[in-house]
Design a protein around this ligand. Structure first.
Ligand SMILES: Nc1ncnc2c1ncn2[C@@H]1O[C@H](COP(=O)(O)OP(=O)(O)O)[C@@H](O)[C@H]1O
Ligand SMILES: [Mg+2]
Length: 504
């Protein structure tokens, strides 16, 4: 007799259905698994046998063939321990097959029949809902993430015997119902921790408001890391959709410890491999760009990153997703993040920031070489370049604390709402994502503002790219100001970011 148990596998962050078929027939006792299983699936045979026997069920002295269908999608890991066990018990009439059609089943087994968590349970719940299944039977540890999806039964299981009793109708298991997502901010850091640095803080607010990427240039200790760390605190809370997307990525990466409600902040070291940054590996995993989805990707010591890594950032910055190609097919991961980069002005860190105590010791050639490590194409995708001089310690103490993150966040949120409305028919929702066509369409200037901009173009010999960058930023400043048109003061503030003008 052949028993069919429904389960899933992950392709990228999404789940697709896998049918686990078990056939027990007369012949040489033994178990074989077919259907493109990886080595972990093969090991599953041993765990399944031990778990069945140690849970007090007989293991059939028969020839057992386990088929994972469809055969052409890669299956990995430990998801199938529970479905295979159930299949074997159905084949022996120990489990009734009646409810099997209604649920997706997944779980790793320990040798005593205890059930351990699996990757991608949230994606599996989404699949169960799409396919109109009644629910999903899964490890208790995975129930919280799966409960983000309403309208299906999330049945948490701790032991093989529980799954058996449930499927036989001997026990009732209360489905886990949807968690009300509490999006209360629990940041222990705040923008008000930063004394002075009004120019940089304003730049950060504009960047956060318009979805602009930002680069800090400054000597060591000037607060580049400190400021970056606080950017998630001024972004609006994630929407439910964003929470599900981000949690799904961490779930697929096997990195989930509870639902992710705070915007991610990822700060990979500059020695990070291309695979760890962009995604990939033998069992394709999301990289840092995807782990930063809906949040901030901070790249400190920007010029120290390998050129190949910086080049590879271009696709996710442009498209908000990253595609990893393999002979076996390609996988796309979401990767929509705000890029925050930081660098010293030169190898020693003080070129242009000499303060009477520190002097730059680099040769002009060293400074030039250091700066040229960051390629033009990636710099073009960073709208705001801001320099950050250090505040002297004795001055720090005297300086006033700035505004709270909460206050700034309110303004940022309003600016986001204006952009959502503006771009509602388009595929993007931030000023920072406008191409030159969109810039022409949406950046309306008053006559006087236009005059000022034209004068700046002549004075500074601005390139078309710098011109567009000024328009994008000015529109965000206008949004923060609640204005539909770009006024002279908005252009003037943008021109105040002088660094921006010099980097055409
Ligand atoms: N404006 C500031 N307000 C408060 N503390 C500051 C400020 N600037 C620097 N600091 C202090 O200096 C430390 C070093 O800053 P950091 O962000 O690591 O600098 P960088 O990344 O530019 O080298 C911070 O942890 C903080 O204690
Ligand atoms: Mg730092």
């Amino acid at each position: 007799m052949v028993s069919n148990v429904k389960s899933y596998t992950l392709i990228g962050v999404n789940a697709v259905e896998v049918l686990v078929q078990v056939d027990a027939s007369r012949g040489m006792p033994g178990t074989i698994v077919v259907g493109l299983p990886d080595s972990a699936v093969k090991e599953s045979r041993e765990r399944v046998k031990a778990a069945i026997v140690n849970s007090g069920y007989p293991f059939p002295a028969k020839k057992i063939v386990i088929n994972l269908a469809p055969a052409d999608v890669k299956k990995e890991g430990t998801i199938y321990d529970l479905p295979i066990s159930i299949g074997i018990l159905v084949a022996q009439n120990i489990v009734s097959g009646k409810r099997l059609n209604e649920y997706l089943i997944a779980g790793e087994l320990g040798l005593k029949g205890e059930i351990r968590k699996v990757k991608g349970a949230l994606a599996a719940a989404i699949l169960a809902k799409q396919k109109d299944y009644r629910g999903i039977i899964l490890p208790a540890e995975n129930a919280e993430e799966a409960s983000l999806i309403s309208g299906i039964e999330i049945i948490p299981i701790k032991h093989l015997s529980e799954a058996v009793a449930f499927l036989n109708g001997d026990i009732q298991i209360e489905p886990i119902t949807k968690n009300l997502i509490e999006n209360n901010f629990s940041f222990t850091i705040d923008m008000s921790d930063i004394a002075g640095q009004y120019h940089a803080k304003r730049a950060v607010e504009i960047a956060a408001a318009g979805g602009h990427n930002i680069l800090f240039v400054g000597p060591p200790g000037s607060g580049k890391t400190m400021l970056s760390r606080r950017i998630p605190t001024i972004l609006p809370p994630m929407t439910e959709k964003e929470i599900i997307e981000t949690t799904q990525i961490y779930s697929a990466a096997g990195m989930l410890n509870g639902i992710i409600t705070e915007r991610p902040y990822r700060a990979p070291h500059h020695t990070v491999s291309d695979v760890a940054l962009i995604g990939g590996g033998s069992s394709i995993k999301p990289g840092e760009v995807s782990l930063a989805h809906n949040g901030v990707l901070f790249l400190d010591e920007f010029p120290e990153f390998k050129r190949s890594a910086l080049e590879a950032l271009r696709q996710p910055i442009e498209d908000g997703e990253v595609t990893i190609s393999r002979i076996s097919g390609s996988v796309t991961f979401p990767a929509k993040f705000m890029l925050v980069a930081a660098m010293n002005p030169c190898p020693c860190g003080f070129y242009g920031f000499e303060d009477g105590v520190h002097y730059c010791t680099c040769s002009p050639a060293q400074v030039k070489r250091y700066r040229s490590k960051v390629s033009g194409p990636i710099l073009d995708r960073i709208d705001i370049h801001v320099s950050l001089p250090a505040v002297k310690p004795e001055e720090l103490a005297k300086m006033e604390k700035g505004e709270s993150s909460e206050k700034i966040r309110k303004r940022v949120t309003k600016a986001h709402e204006r952009q959502k409305e503006r771009f509602k028919k388009l595929s993007f929702s931030f000023n920072g994502k406008m191409d030159s066509k969109a810039i022409k369409k949406f950046c309306k200037l008053t006559e006087q503002a236009e005059e000022i901009l034209n004068r700046a173009v002549k004075t500074y010999a601005l390139s078309a790219r710098a011109y567009n960058r000024i328009l994008k930023l000015s529109l965000t400043i206008a949004d923060l100001d609640g204005s539909d048109v770009i006024q002279p003061k908005h252009i003037i503030e943008t021109l105040g970011f002088r660094e921006n003008i010099s980097t055409n």
